[in-house]
Design a protein around this ligand. Sequence first.
Ligand SMILES: *[C@@H]1O[C@H](CO)[C@@H](O)[C@H](O)[C@H]1NC(C)=O
Ligand SMILES: *[C@@H]1O[C@H](CO)[C@@H](O)[C@H](O)[C@H]1NC(C)=O
Ligand SMILES: *[C@@H]1O[C@H](CO)[C@@H](O)[C@H](O)[C@H]1NC(C)=O
Ligand SMILES: *[C@@H]1O[C@H](CO)[C@@H](O)[C@H](O)[C@H]1NC(C)=O
Ligand SMILES: *[C@@H]1O[C@H](CO)[C@@H](O)[C@H](O)[C@H]1NC(C)=O
Ligand SMILES: *[C@@H]1O[C@H](CO)[C@@H](O)[C@H](O)[C@H]1NC(C)=O
Ligand SMILES: *[C@@H]1O[C@H](CO)[C@@H](O)[C@H](O)[C@H]1NC(C)=O
Length: 598
Amino acid sequence: MRLFISVVLAITGSVLAKDADCHFKLKESVALPRGWVKHGLPPADHNINLRIGLPQPNFKLLEQHLYEVSDPFHERYGQHLSKEEVEALVAPHQESLDSVDKWLASFGIGEGDAQRSPAKDWVKLRVPVALAEKMLNTTYYVWKHLESGDYLVRTTSYSLPVDVHAHVDVVQPTTMFGRFKGSKSTVVSIGDAPDAPKISTSTIDIGNGIMVDPSCNTTITVTCLEQLYNATSFQRQGKGTIGITGYLEQNANIQDLETFFAEQRPDAVGSNFTFISVAGGINNQSLAAAGDEANLDVQFAFGISHPVPATFYSTAGRPPFIPDVNTPTDTNEPYSDWLDFVLSHPNPPSAISTSYGDDEQTVPESFAKKACQGFAQLGARGVSLMFSSGDGGVGDNDPNPATQTCFTNDGRNVTRFIPGFPASCPFVTAVGGTTNVPEVAVSRFFSGGGFSDYFERPAYQDKVVQNYLNALPKGTYEGLFNPNGRAFPDVSAQSDRYRIWVGGRAILIGGTSASSPAFTGFVALLNDARLQKGLPPLGFLNPLFYSQAAGAFNDITVGHNSGCGTTGFNATKGWDPVTGLGTPNFGKLVAVVTAGKH
Ligand SMILES: *[C@@H]1O[C@H](CO)[C@@H](O)[C@H](O)[C@H]1NC(C)=O
Ligand SMILES: *[C@@H]1O[C@H](CO)[C@@H](O)[C@H](O)[C@H]1NC(C)=O
Ligand SMILES: *[C@@H]1O[C@H](CO)[C@@H](O)[C@H](O)[C@H]1NC(C)=O
Ligand SMILES: *[C@@H]1O[C@H](CO)[C@@H](O)[C@H](O)[C@H]1NC(C)=O
Ligand SMILES: *[C@@H]1O[C@H](CO)[C@@H](O)[C@H](O)[C@H]1NC(C)=O
Ligand SMILES: *[C@@H]1O[C@H](CO)[C@@H](O)[C@H](O)[C@H]1NC(C)=O
Ligand SMILES: *[C@@H]1O[C@H](CO)[C@@H](O)[C@H](O)[C@H]1NC(C)=O
């Protein structure tokens, strides 16, 4: 990206001010999310990596293609779109491109000063905060997050000139206070785990002839998941690809991975993953810098899917803004940096897991919708996207009952369940959490689940969600959730007491941060099975899961997801907002996904 130096500001700042000042119209205004306080003004030469999202007038058409190629009963099933076809479908109107160009040019910003996404639906440019303030008729402040001590440079509202207003969907970072935490909760306080579980001669018979080692009731290993999910007899050929995303300076350590393989996946010892740096992300191999989240994700996803070729992305992110130091750092928003990167890639991995998310309400609706449309593009291209459903039950993504909060940020400050994003996007597969053998939902504050306040319920889940709602006693949690919203999670998997290696030590760890990569490992193997038969990879999974494959999940019917001072929702027969359709019966899923001719 080209530098956009502050000299430009000196030339143009005054030209614009009197010309356009009276033509601004408010674009977005948000109430300050709880937990943040105003700290002061950023230095004028602080840089912002501004991204401007243009409307996608044909998104409905893209969505139609997505559903056709993802519906196992449709003749186009599996006929995923090419990168170019998708880009043509999300391209903005020429009028919008011209209008935005003219607006930028009025600040002296020329063609060479901005970067554009391949579909031209995003314009990115680096500007000093003072210029961004003029462009958006706003004032940026430094805000401090009281609990974590993080600082962000943001504003609570911004405007656009009237003639550009309809040609822009969203400008960020402006009102985005989301922090995209990892959905990890340390179950055994980080410390050495007990010795590796001994393989017993006895087994737990969980019915239908599935035998699980008793140690799996207290420690989850790759073998446990293969036994529990009926995957022990699969003949793998390593076809297809799998990816894990990393943020927040989480490093995936290769030495730890090898130790883990030696213990739990001996045939994978010596194998490795491809590391891809996004926007300058690094993967520091010092053992002291090994990240628990990144190590958990790569060890289980790649341990299950081996020998499927694996990729780990590290996206540099949100450099910590240090308000009292005189060297201005950039403000950016790493999550969409990854999305841009992977969308611009001709061959992204066909199954990708992300264990980072945040409360839906801290992500402005305009941004959430735009990011969700990006996920739809990947789905149309044949990529399956898994996201952790969150670890705070029906409450915010905070598994600690003492600090969890369940109030709206919309200025009304009323009590409400807090869904998580991106799990709430209808174009991704949200993975919840279970525990124990036989499996139950984790009944303390845990498996994130509920109903989106931003996205409507998609047709593919209409029937099962309506069944669930019909069975709720009348008036249950009235006003606390949006019964018409996209409901999640879609599926679940074990999520507690995973044994992993971090910095040379074995620890036990849990969270839906564990279930999402584990589930994704199995999705990669399903793709392997399809590719072995000459079939295309699965792509967007939900239309398949909620229809033809619904019977290939182990229905979880015990437990609930507490939060917000309630016991949350109950796991029930059929789909529920705690464990979704249930945990995978891999053997049955293979049969379903390889049965058809497409
Ligand atoms: C621009 O912002 C200033 C300061 O907040 C405000 O007084 C003015 O009304 C805004 N202009 C428009 C056109 O909204
Ligand atoms: C697994 O652990 C749970 C919780 O401690 C217990 O209720 C259950 O009986 C155990 N399962 C078996 C098969 O022992
Ligand atoms: C694994 O891959 C990385 C690059 O992605 C490379 O630097 C490293 O040497 C490899 N490690 C092993 C053990 O093969
Ligand atoms: C890698 O991590 C180690 C340990 O935290 C640290 O000392 C070192 O400076 C880091 N290296 C880089 C290039 O960031
Ligand atoms: C919101 O309401 C809760 C409970 O009534 C109260 O504790 C909190 O201080 C309020 N917060 C704001 C920002 O008004
Ligand atoms: C969950 O089940 C318990 C026990 O049957 C019941 O009392 C409670 O009302 C149920 N809660 C919901 C939200 O369905
Ligand atoms: C496990 O998977 C196999 C196929 O690999 C299938 O034949 C069998 O029915 C499955 N077992 C159960 C209990 O579902």
